[in-house]
Every structure is written in C-alpha cells, then in structure tokens.
Design a protein around this ligand. Structure first.
Ligand SMILES: Cc1ncc(COP(=O)(O)O)c(C=O)c1O
Length: 461
C-alpha cells in the first residue's frame, strides 16, 4: 500500500484511525484492481474511502462516518443524491426491463427534452458516457469537414479516449501518453486557453482543422476560467474558417443554466457533448447539435447524399433506466429554480470559506462561478487577500497548478477527517440539495482542516 511521506503525520494518523473499514477493503481491492481503484481521480494516499450510501448532500462511508459531499457523483447530481422523483422513475423502469435491445418510448421523450433545453440541439445521439460523446463529436466533425485535425486547449478535460489522453495534467507538449499512437497525437493541436490570436494563427496556417473543442467555462469547469468574450471570438473564428465548434458540456450542461453554458453565454456551438446530469446520476451521454452535422449518423440522409454514414453502436446507448432517471431530472430542471439554488449555495460557501481563510490568516482564496468552486492554494506565495482575490490576470499561475503534492494530499485527507468530501482537494461541486446546514458544517470542516495543516507546519510559505 502506498504511504504518504512523512508517515508520522497526525493528519494521516487521524484518517487511518477513522477509516479501518476502508483500509481493509482497499487491501482486498489492491489484489484485483490496479491501485485498488476504478477511476484515476480516486487514487488516494494511503487509500481512498469506501462509500456505503448517500442521500441529498451527504454520504456515509463503510465505517459509518458521515461526510458532506462535494463531489456530487463527479458532478452528476445537481439534485443531490437519490432525489425521490428520480429514484421512483428509475425503480419503476428497472422492473419493466433494463435493456430491450430495441427502441423504446423513453429515448424519444429524453431526446425531446434535450432538444427543448439545449440551444444547439437540433439533433441528439445518445452514448453511454461523456468520453464516448466527445469521441463521437470529433468523428462527426471530421466526417462533416473532410479534415483531419482537432484543436484543444491545455488543461481542458474531455475524457480519456486517445485524442484526449494528454495535455490535461501532463504531456503539455502534445506528445502521446502511454498506449496512445503518436500519429494520432500529432493530429491534435494543443493551444493555451483564452488566446484568440493563437487560435486565429493556427486556423490561418492550417486548412486541415476539423474541430475545436473546449470546456466552455474553462478547464475543470472554470478552474482556469474562460475570459469574457472568448467564446464569442471562437465562434467567429470557427465560422470564418469552417471549423466545427464543440462545447464540451459534460459538466456544465443543465448545471450552469438549464441550457448549459451555451444557454447562459448566448453563444451557439455547432455541437455539444452531454453526460452526467443528463442521465440523472446513471450512466449516459449524448452528442447534440446541428442537424446537417449529426445527420452523418442518419441512414436515410446518407443514402440520399450518396455517402457512407458514420458508424455508431453501443449496447447501453439510451439505456431505459438511465433514460427514466434523465427524464425526471431534466423535467425538474426545466421547471426552474434548480440551477439557481445550486449556484446560490456554492456562492454562499465561497464567501464563507474565504471568510475563514481571512480569519485564519491563510493567503489562499476560493473562487468560481455557478455551482462549482475552486481552491486557490497559492503555490507561489503571492500576497493574497481571500476576500478580494480573483482569478483575473492569474492564468499563468493557475496553469502552473499546485506542485506541492504532499500539501494537496494532506488537505484532502484533513477535509475528509473533518467531515467533508471535496472535489479531490481542488474545490467543491454543489447541488440544489446543499442547504445552510451543510454549508455551515462544511465551513467548520474547512476551518478544522486548515488548523490541522497549520499544526503540521504545512501552511508556511
Ligand atoms: C468536461 C468533461 N468532459 C468529458 C468527461 C468524460 O465523461 P465520462 O467520465 O462520462 O466519460 C468529463 C468527466 O468528468 C468531463 O468533466
């Protein structure tokens, strides 16, 4: 089992003392699962927690510890865990059948809801995950334009398929990570975010660019925020050069507003990718967008145009149980107030956390728009007033990341010990189920964690 250094850390000791059941499960898991896990983000030194159940804004681990949850099923739970209407719909469908191997009424209703909520969604094709959705979006763009290359932004995350498995947290030079073909990586152009001049230069110098894909609110849902006007400038540049503009709305879709980031910004992409909230916390994804692009999947249109269609299968595409959960979730979002409640909760927590930082004399800051907030841990020791700091003009610092992995590991463990499960020590994802009680408890967890770090001498610059 990996061991955090130094091993005499009281934070690690407190974590280990509280989580014997998770330790035992992880020991067994490590015999069968690489690193004992099923998703890279769960890799935790010395071991991750194992969750037994969740409800609303809270979860309980196998040792009975209650945590206020700020990972929200990787952002899928805008309504919190197990919202009764969504669970009832999923349970009812479960008893009717989980996989028909045929079309069903729910997929029609589900697609209709996507169409009515998401501005660019003239046509919708369901996939089983966000990764599959971004993969399909690129294939559509290549088929539609007849071009080869894709432009992405450094640190923007779009899942794990071969086009996306570099340039997020390493391989910033665009070289392939293990198992990815260098020839394929060579077809992906990585650019710095928010640099419209770099985009224009790239488009002008290369007529083989099929698509530009980005997280519309910025890398990691706004950790490196998109600058005002950048989306509109990208829209204009893509239109001018015949490049397909893809908003990856896997997290922002139905969260930032019922119509996602595109709905809020008033900038229409050609395609967008959706997942997470789309399927109400069950597996599912979709690519949606302009009819003349998505129709590359259409048998009849392709025959009419005498072209070969794009291939797409997928056993669990538009799975009926996911569809039932997704429909209820989207209906509740469509009724109004959900996105606003989650955003209000996140903004209240941001203020409360910054107040604690100021009171504790810690030169960090919590920032972020909508319902996802981020912790700026100030690796360069800048003069930071938590109450007034903004990420504006700080792109270079944010792009550099937080190199003190020991500090981040301890911050994460300290927050777990203190009763909250953050988004991997880097921030928090909130939901409409986060109320004053949860925010109050989390604020005390934040204070306790900072004090634990201070006691270990981790907050000296
Ligand atoms: C912006 C973004 N795109 C794509 C993905 C990949 O989605 P999935 O995990 O469903 O494959 C994620 C996952 O977190 C994401 O945050």
């Amino acid at each position: 089992m990996p061991v955090l250094s130094p091993t005499n850390s009281p934070i690690v000791a407190a974590y280990v003392a509280k989580t014997p059941g998770s330790a035992a499960l992880h020991a067994r898991a490590s015999e069968v699962l690489p690193s004992g896990i099923a998703h890279d983000s769960r890799h935790t030194d010395p071991y991750p927690i194992y969750t037994a159940r969740a409800a609303g804004a809270r979860k309980w681990d196998v040792d009975g510890n209650m945590l206020v949850d700020f990972y929200g099923g990787h952002g899928s739970h805008l309504l919190g865990h197990c919202p009764p209407q969504v669970m009832a719909a999923a349970q009812a469908q479960l008893m009717q059948g989980t996989q028909f191997g045929s079309c069903h009424a729910l997929e029609v209703e589900w697609a209709g809801l996507v169409q009515s909520l998401v501005p660019c969604a003239e046509r919708v094709r369901f996939t089983s995950s966000g990764t599959e959705a971004t993969h399909m979006a690129l294939r559509l763009a290549r088929a539609f334009t007849g071009r080869r290359k894709v432009v992405r932004f450094l640190r923007h995350f779009h899942g794990w398929h071969d086009h996306m498995a570099f340039g997020v947290d390493n391989h910033f030079d665009g070289t392939a990570s293990p198992g990815v073909l260098p020839e394929l990586a060579a077809e992906v152009v990585l650019l710095p975010p928010n640099d419209i001049a770099a985009v224009t230069r790239c488009f002008e110098g290369d007529d083989d660019i099929a698509a530009l894909i980005l997280e519309p609110t910025g890398a990691s849902t706004g950790m490196i925020p998109t600058a005002p006007g950048f989306l509109a400038a990208l829209r204009a540049a893509c239109t001018a050069h015949g490049v397909v503009l893809i908003f990856d709305e896997v997290v922002t879709g139905f969260r930032v507003s019922p119509g996602g980031a595109q709905g809020e910004a008033g900038v229409m992409p050609d395609l967008c990718t959706l997942a997470k909230i789309l399927a109400g916390g069950l597996p599912g994804g979709a690519v949606a967008g302009r009819r003349n692009i998505v129709d590359w999947l259409d048998f009849e249109v392709s025959a009419e145009k005498s072209r070969e269609k794009i291939k797409h299968q997928g056993t669990y595409n538009a799975n009926p149980v996911s569809a039932a959960a997704g429909i209820e979730t989207l209906r509740l979002i469509q009724a109004g107030g959900v996105c606003e409640r989650a955003t209000a909760a996140a903004q209240a927590m941001k203020c409360a956390f910054n107040q604690v930082l100021a009171e504790e004399g810690v030169p960090w800051a919590v920032y972020g728009e909508h319902s996802v907030i981020h912790f700026f841990t100030n690796p360069q020791g800048l003069a930071v007033d938590p109450m007034s700091w903004t990420p504006d003009g700080q792109q270079d610092v944010l792009m550099a990341g937080e190199p003190r992995t020991g500090l981040m590991k301890k911050l994460y463990l300290a927050l777990l010990v203190a009763g909250m499960d953050p988004k991997g020590a880097r921030g928090a994802i909130l939901s409409a189920a986060h109320g004053e009680a949860e925010i109050g408890e989390a604020t005390e967890s934040w204070r306790q964690a900072l004090r634990m770090l201070k006691d270990e001498g981790e907050l000296r610059h």
